[in-house]
Design a binder for this molecule. Structure first.
Ligand SMILES: *Cc1c(COP(=O)(O)O)cnc(C)c1O
Length: 425
């Protein structure tokens, strides 16, 4: 077992020192057998999983055949502290041994402390509040219900937006392939081009309940909002009496190098939604309302969830926040993000356009549609990356990823691109 931050080069598939590889003949691989059982027991909404993973440590994971990978997906921006971080393991182990769940007829010290800490790092004024959800989509559902309490129904979201898969959140998500099989969704949703102040101005009216925007569109390939766009959204919503909801499910909890993506723009939103990084791998989300007027829109009995902020996930969230602070991870994220941009630029590779995004929410942008070929070659070579768009590879590694680990991937990129360009037999 490696120490959490120890750096070793990824194993090649030709390295036989750790038992069978994924490219072993069928039958000798536990991967193939387990994936066959998966196919016979799970609803196939995720397609065929790429790997069966068994354990992790820092930014590394191992599959059931013992092959090791540098994890630059990080559970899709979830494993903020990496895998198996001792602080998270200790906090969750202690809490589960004391009490995992109690229902919201009761509360716990952990729940109260996590709410207080979230309000503090969000810079939320007095009278702000937190509702804990169990996922990003549920946090967004909370925001939609909050918006209905304005007495209006209009919602404005951006083209390219991803806000989740429950039916309300799906209405805000823009991708037709996700939406169309479930139409009709909730009405009165308008999608406007992202980063287009004039389009937003035209869409926001006195019938708008809320404008919902991501500070960086992660699922669209790490497309960054201009801070001036978020400020324009703030001005337009204030003038129209509408709420401004910032979806920080992917950008929140240090991912951009600030605690929250909106903070760079200097605005005060009416609400933010959180999930992914908050629990470091345990399922916890949150709707945060800013100030007493917005918080007061939801009153006793109007919303709820059985699991909401139970002691187990609250203990996880507290350990994530205190570890980000104790390890200085916000600065580290900024440095690692800049390092990645510089290292990829230094390759001067003709197939690479550049690196987009903020902090450690990044995409390597390609000059042609090579991303899925690169992701396959990467997996074979021991790197997990996400081909988020045909021409973009998303990198959302654990916030603890090191310079040396990022360099391993950057050094491998030219050969991964070469493999992706080989004609398929
Ligand atoms: C992932 C994501 C969601 C949905 O979160 P789930 O936990 O998958 O429901 C919502 N908004 C944004 C911005 C996301 O990245």
């Amino acid at each position: 077992m490696n120490a959490p931050h120890e750096v070793l080069p990824p194993l090649r598939s030709s390295d036989t020192s750790r038992g069978p590889r994924t490219n072993a003949p069928e039958g000798s691989s536990s991967q193939a057998e387990l994936l066959d059982r998966y196919a016979h027991s799970l609803i196939p909404v995720f397609g065929t999983p790429q790997l069966v993973l068994e354990r992790g440590d820092g930014a590394w994971v191992w599959d059931t055949d013992g092959k090791r990978y540098l994890d630059l997906v990080g559970g899709i921006a979830v494993n903020a502290l990496g895998h198996n971080h001792p602080a998270l393991v200790a906090a969750v182990s202690k809490q589960v041994a004391e009490m995992a769940h109690i229902s919201n007829f009761y509360t716990s010290r952990a729940q109260i402390e996590l709410a207080e800490r979230v309000l503090e790092i969000a810079g939320a004024p007095a009278g702000s509040g937190v509702f804990f959800a169990n996922s990003g989509a549920e946090a967004v559902e909370g925001a939609i219900k909050l918006s209905r309490r304005t007495g209006r129904t209009g919602l404005v979201a951006a083209e390219g937006a991803f806000h989740g898969r429950t039916t309300g959140a799906l209405a805000l998500t823009s991708k037709a392939a996700y939406r169309d099989p479930f139409a009709p969704l909730i009405p009165d949703v308008t999608h406007v081009p992202y980063n287009d102040n004039e389009a937003l101005r035209a869409a926001v009216t006195t019938e708008t309940a809320a404008v919902v925007l991501e500070p960086v569109q992660g699922e669209a390939g790490a497309i960054v909002a201009d801070p001036a766009y978020l400020r324009a959204a703030r001005e337009l919503t204030t003038a129209a009496g509408a709420l401004l909801v910032i979806d920080e499910v992917q950008t929140g909890i240090g991912r951009t190098g600030d605690w929250f993506g909106f903070q760079e723009s200097g605005i005060v939103p009416d609400a933010i939604t959180l999930a992914k990084g908050l629990g470091g791998g345990l399922p916890v989300g949150a709707l945060v309302t800013f100030g007493p007027d917005v918080t007061g829109l939801l009153t006793a009995g109007q919303h709820g969830s059985t699991f909401s902020g139970n002691p187990l996930v609250a203990a996880a969230g507290l350990s994530v926040l205190s570890t980000i602070e104790a390890e200085g991870l916000l600065d580290h994220v900024v440095q690692m993000g800049e390092h990645l941009v510089g290292a990829v630029a230094a390759l001067g590779h003709p197939d690479i356009e550049g690196v987009r995004g903020r902090g450690l929410l990044r995409a390597v942008v390609l000059r042609s549609e090579l991303s899925s070929g690169i992701a396959s070659a990467a997996r074979e070579a021991g790197f997990l990356v996400n081909p988020v768009a045909p021409d973009a590879i998303r990198l959302v590694p654990p916030l603890v990823v090191t310079r040396e680990e990022l360099d391993l991937f950057v050094a491998a990129l030219p050969s991964l691109i070469a493999t992706a360009k080989e004609p398929t037999p």
